[in-house]
Design a protein around this ligand. Structure first.
Ligand code: FAD
Length: 317
């Protein structure tokens, strides 16, 4: 079967879930090879997880410079690899970084590119969501190989243990790649809560929460359920909660087992980021709020009364 390159995304905690999804998808269309792009030692730390999810080969491009110059050197390394091994497809995460690498790769290879995909068939046909999830589009790259960026939480990753070989890749950072460099990295303040786009429970608050103080209720419920906290754009724009927690078209895409929407009206741009959640619970004082069209369970009521009652019940169990 033809080789499919998966560009690995990792955090301090290890391989990101979206990469495991990409490996699962790659197995359906060919033989997955993982491409690790990072500082010295990056591949060794990630190998066990990549092997568990079926990487038959790991390409390790490790260099201080890869980390030092934003994404440009990463695109250069992947482009050189593609020219050498002629894979059947290149799969990336449809994250900020993944999309930028995909775009640069497409330019370097004079190739088509598809982003925001939620599925990919063996013949290269991708399913994309457009207009904030209102339209589903089937599309195909018509020039070159499929370079496809997949949205996180598009499928359930399935393990398939493999014994990958590891091949070091040369890293050559061109003068053009050096046009922008990283001057400082500030780690996101991490609490005990799971990462928003990877959490199996998300409790989100909207403008109806009423203020930054009101988010204590949202956090309390999230902690009781072992979940992450999310926010609508109106809540973020009003300064109730930081932007990195925004869910929606211009925020993060989540697809947890349980999504709880507190004081969120359910605008199409918010739905775009959470509508594939397995079970949706909404609390809203307006029985006509559009979120109830989507919710599996809904409570029409004041969240300031409903949430403390729910929390009390959960604490008893
Ligand atoms: P509102 O629409 O004001 O709704 C508040 C809700 O809280 C109401 O339904 C009200 O009945 C309820 N409520 C009030 N008080 C209580 C109470 N005490 N108890 C219970 N319920 C209460 N939005 C996003 O969320 N994410 C995005 O990524 C995003 N991207 C956008 C991109 C573009 C280009 C545009 C144009 C808009 C985008 N938006 C996004 C904004 C979106 O259109 C909505 O404005 C936003 O989602 C509304 O947020 P909200 O539901 O919190 O606020």
């Amino acid at each position: 079967m033809a080789e499919v390159l998966v560009v690995v995304e990792a955090a301090a905690s290890g391989v990101k879930k979206v990469t495991l999804e990409l490996l699962t998808l790659a197995r359906q269309i060919g033989t997955p090879s993982a491409v690790v792009l990072g500082g010295p030692g990056a591949a060794e730390a990630l190998t066990p997880k990549l092997a568990e999810y079926g990487a038959e080969k790991i390409y390790a491009a490790e260099s201080e410079e890869i980390d030092g110059y934003l994404v440009a050197p990463k695109a250069t390394v992947v482009a050189e690899l593609v020219k050498r091994v002629s894979p059947a497809a290149v799969l990336l995460a449809s994250s900020q970084e993944g999309k930028e690498i995909a775009a640069r790769l497409a330019i370097k290879l004079d190739n088509g590119v598809l982003t925001d995909a939620v599925g990919l068939e063996a013949d290269g046909t991708a399913t994309q969501v457009a207009f904030a999830g209102a339209t589903i589009v089937k599309s195909k790259v018509t020039r070159g190989l499929p370079i496809v960026a997949l949205r996180p939480n598009s499928l359930t990753p399935a393990p398939a243990p493999a014994s990958p070989s590891v091949e070091p890749l040369p890293v050559t950072v061109t003068e053009t790649d050096k046009l922008a460099k990283v001057v400082e990295r500030v780690a996101e303040q991490k609490g005990a809560r799971p990462e928003l786009s990877e959490a199996s429970v998300v409790v989100s608050g909207g403008r109806g929460v009423g203020g930054a103080d009101g988010f204590k209720l949202v956090e309390e419920l999230a902690d009781l359920l072992g979940g992450a906290v999310g926010a609508s754009r109106a809540a973020v724009d009003s300064g109730f909660y930081p932007h990195q927690y925004q869910v929606g078209q211009t925020g993060k895409t989540v697809s947890p087992q349980l999504y709880v929407a507190l004081g969120i009206s359910g605008a199409i741009q918010h739905r775009a980021g959470m509508q594939t959640s397995k079970t949706i619970v909404a609390v809203n004082k307006d029985g006509e709020a559009p979120i109830f069209e989507l919710a599996d369970y809904g409570v029409v009521g004041d969240l300031n009364k409903v949430v403390p009652q729910a929390a009390e019940e959960i604490r008893k169990r």
